[in-house]
Design a protein around this ligand. Structure first.
Ligand SMILES: *Cc1c(COP(=O)(O)O)cnc(C)c1O
Ligand SMILES: [Zn+2]
Length: 441
């Protein structure tokens, strides 16, 4: 029997092989999720799973040293190890944000630095699984010419790097002028075919779905659930980093809603296999300029309308019609979840404030931190709670955002923590005076 397969998320029962080139159920059009043979996985005790995962983090045995492939039996059990394309994903630091936490009123605050990764964002966690499966398909004789994605920047960076490492051609669809320079240059450097379309992310998504309809070009967007299998390890890893204790809250920025769905999936698997007894609550954070999930949350998910996403500094989550809406609502219901939003001014200042306590946050992480502050103010999150914020990308990918913030050049933003270089002549007395002025005598 197969240890994992694709299954319709609407519960109509239709199943496919994970090596089939298919993204939606043929019966009902629902998205497909990877499901695992839980009965077989239950043959190992919870304690024994924990020991296995802990032991692997201390070895270099291919491919298990990666944070994703260290959980291979839960992620992608049937693949040949020789077809795994890995760059040591995961094992990112869970930073104790002690100073920031005290300032904002939750001393037990941690930030999971998923951007400390090969291409600088959490997208690597999922892309290692997707590209490995494609490599296996090609090895098995499937006629796949290339892998393609629409992207707000980070997916295309991950796709092109993993594709280049595996020798698989990649095609990325980017909304023209809506990704950062760093994000644009990554697929260019990796030799991807870079298509810059005169539209937004949602427009790119529509076109890539048509281009990949003929099945010789494989679709790498997060409606493809293989990526969620890698991304779901983030929650497992957080709990492992707390010696298998469950935090009270996990706060996560959300755009296409694949990541929050994956987070929930991994945690539910831990519960089902007995590794944890309780679940954390999940808070989803959206930019107020791209907030379809927030609006739907306000009416108890009774009504859902895609929105036209407006320009936001949090460009990686500038998405108005999230593909994984259904999956995310399912997860939020099970985790007593909530959704909060942040304005441009709030996200930029939250990001800068965190940087002053030693972080270097991307604007999406700024959205999560701003939402966290609001939830503390509203007493939804309490002082004694242990909170983990998922930081989704490295701040260096968004250096222009930081430069503009500190030069007070962002529209709709009143920079509360600007810091600029002090221009001085090469003169010791002038330098001394400037230092005394800056840090006090
Ligand atoms: C992709 C991305 C997100 C959003 O993840 P979704 O799965 O689209 O909700 C958030 N932050 C960054 C930096 C990203 O690249
Ligand atoms: Zn179905």
């Amino acid at each position: 029997m197969q240890q994992s397969w694709l299954e319709c998320i609407r519960g109509c029962g239709k199943r496919y092989s994970i090596y089939d080139v298919i993204y939606r159920c043929e019966n009902c059009g629902g998205l497909l999720d990877v499901e695992h043979n839980i009965k077989a996985l239950k043959r190992r005790t919870a304690a024994s799973w924990k020991k296995l995962f802990d032991d692997r983090t201390r070895t270099n045995k291919w491919p298990y040293a990666s944070g994703v492939w260290g959980k291979k039996e839960w992620v992608c059990p049937d693949i040949d190890n020789e077809n795994v394309v890995s760059m040591y994903e995961g094992h990112t630091n869970c930073f104790w944000a002690e100073r920031l936490g005290k300032e904002i009123g939750v001393p037990d605050l941690w930030v999971k630095l998923c951007g400390n990764s090969h291409t600088g964002s959490f997208k690597d966690l999922g892309m290692t699984v997707l590209i490995s499966v494609v490599k296996q398909m090609i090895a098995d004789g499937k006629p796949i010419r290339a892998v393609a994605c629409a992207s707000t920047g980070d997916t295309s960076a991950a796709l092109s790097a993993y594709g280049a490492a595996a020798g698989i051609p990649t095609i990325v669809f980017l909304p023209k002028g809506k990704v950062s320079t760093a994000q644009l240059v990554q697929p260019i450097a990796n030799g991807a075919t870079v298509l810059s379309l005169d539209t937004d992310f949602d427009g790119c998504m529509r076109i890539v779905q048509e281009i990949t309809a003929d099945n010789s070009i494989y679709l790498a967007n997060s409606m493809n659930s293989l990526r969620m299998e890698g991304q779901k390890t983030v929650g497992i890893e957080i709990i492992q980093q707390f010696d298998w204790e469950v935090p009270d809250w996990i706060v996560i920025p959300a755009g296409n809603l694949g990541n929050v769905s994956a987070l929930g999936k991994g945690l539910l698997m831990m519960r089902d296999l007995g590794l944890i007894k309780k679940l954390p609550r999940i808070a989803c954070a959206q930019a107020s300029h791209a907030n379809p999930l927030y609006l739907s949350f306000l009416n108890g998910y009774k009504e859902y309308k895609p929105v036209e996403a407006k320009k936001t500094l949090a460009s990686a989550i500038q998405i108005g019609a999230p593909v994984s809406y259904e999956r995310a609502v399912k997860v939020l219901r099970q985790f007593d979840g909530i959704v909060e939003q942040a304005t441009e001014n709030e996200l930029a200042n939250a990001s800068a404030r965190a940087d002053r306590a030693g972080l270097f946050t991307c604007p999406q992480t700024g959205v999560a931190l701003a939402a966290l502050s609001k939830l503390i103010e509203h007493k939804v999150i309490k002082k004694k709670d242990r909170v983990v914020v998922i930081s989704t990308a490295h701040g260096l990918k968004f250096s222009q955002f930081k430069v503009d913030y500190h030069e007070k050049n962002l529209s709709d933003v009143n920079s509360l923590y600007p810091n600029s270089p002090i221009l001085l002549p090469a003169d010791v007395n002038a330098v001394r005076k400037a230092i005394d002025h800056a840090i006090g005598k």
